[in-house]
Design a binder for this molecule. Structure first.
Ligand code: FES
Ligand SMILES: [Fe+2]
Length: 349
């Protein structure tokens, strides 16, 4: 298999390393089960130990590479079904039943990813070097709890993850693709945009309209790459101000991705209860319809869309984002070429 993480293009397509990525909804990983998935170019097995703590490891038995996800869940460890080798949550081989005492026993031989669960999702750190300590996940404020409440919508789409990033950093499509939506019918259908730098990324915003439609997006990279945006809500949607969306996307492979949309509102107490009720009863279905419009559009885009584009002023954010991702990928590959640790990790892939 070509190791595409070794090229700038591959790293952009599969996601830069040294980032937190959202992998799936928390409820996808059920007690006593092993859940297999591909994310950001890695084959993973996810499982919970008997205390309920989730673990993310490479889905590859350290003995001869069989899928651990085809093995047996033993509470605090997984046993490979091929020859019975047992590996614990730290990636240490704790038993080789067919050859007790062999050199493999006691070795940390399975790649294990730092993991945390927040806001109903499992996040893992994909480091270039396995041993580097990751920064703590900086949870976006609207999904960190407190005065905010949120619902997570999770999707898997047959399109490169970059198409979703482009889509999120393209507020103008709200006034066209979603023009029939109850929240995106208002306002002008022409706009001028500007980029505004922040210390964690940048805003891409209309210069002549705010608070009317989908009028701005914010790109944030604090170790987790995510996009924040607001859609104004009509008064009928109750208290809590505008509808805030925190979105992040994770490549599954070069042609598919998972996307996470937390629909958030600044509500607490009785307002929270009333919003949750309203959301379930009336709003959720409409939001899924909007997402369905995005899905249909993105999945139908040609795989080589970038090869024949004619971009205009509304696309500045996409250009900027692509440049950022390329620069990150390039820097990481240069660092990898200089670091024996990282080189070893790359060669082992
Ligand atoms: S391949 Fe897993 S025990 Fe042999
Ligand atoms: Fe959209």
């Amino acid at each position: 298999m070509t190791n595409t993480l070794d090229t700038v293009e591959g790293r952009v397509a599969l996601g830069p390393r040294n980032k937190w990525y959202a992998l799936c909804r928390s409820d996808r990983v059920q007690p006593g089960e092993m859940t297999r998935m591909s994310r950001a170019g890695e084959e993973l097995v996810l499982w919970r130990d008997s205390a309920g703590t989730v673990h993310v490891q490479e889905d590859r038995c350290p003995h001869r590479g069989a899928r651990l996800s085809h093995g047996v869940h033993m509470g605090d460890r997984l046993a490979c079904n091929y020859h019975g080798v047992q590996v614990d949550a730290a990636g240490v081989v704790v038993s080789v039943p067919g050859s007790p005492g062999c050199a493999l026993e006691g070795r940390r031989a399975l790649r294990t990813f730092p993991v945390t669960e927040r806001a109903g999702a499992v996040f893992a750190w994909f480091g270039d070097s396995e041993d580097a300590e990751p920064p703590e996940l900086d949870v976006p404020e609207p999904i960190a709890g407190g005065e905010w409440d949120s619902f997570l919508c999770y999707v898997e789409w047959d399109a490169p993850w970059l198409y979703s990033l482009d889509n999120l950093m393209d507020p103008m499509h709200g006034a066209f693709l979603h023009r029939n939506s109850h929240t995106m019918a208002a306002g002008k259908r022409e706009a001028m945009f500007q980029v505004r730098e922040t210390d964690r990324g940048f805003f891409f915003e209309k210069t002549d309209q705010r608070g009317v439609n989908f009028d701005w997006s914010e790109w944030v990279d604090t170790g987790l790459q995510w996009v924040g945006l607001e859609i104004p809500y009509p008064d009928t949607a109750g208290p809590g101000g505008p509808f805030t969306i925190v979105a992040t996307a994770t490549p599954i492979n070069e042609n598919q991705h998972a996307a996470f949309f937390w629909r958030c509102r600044n509500v607490s107490g009785w307002q929270r209860d009333s919003w949750r009720f309203l959301y379930r009863m009336r709003l959720e279905q409409r939001h899924w319809q909007v997402l369905e419009q995005d899905r249909t559009m993105l999945e139908a885009m040609p795989p080589d869309a970038y090869a024949r584009e004619n971009l205009y002023q509304h696309d500045i954010a996409l250009v900027r984002l692509r440049r950022l991702l390329r620069a990150t990928a390039k820097k990481q590959l240069e660092a990898a070429a200089e670091s024996p640790d990282v080189r070893a990790a790359a060669n082992a892939r």
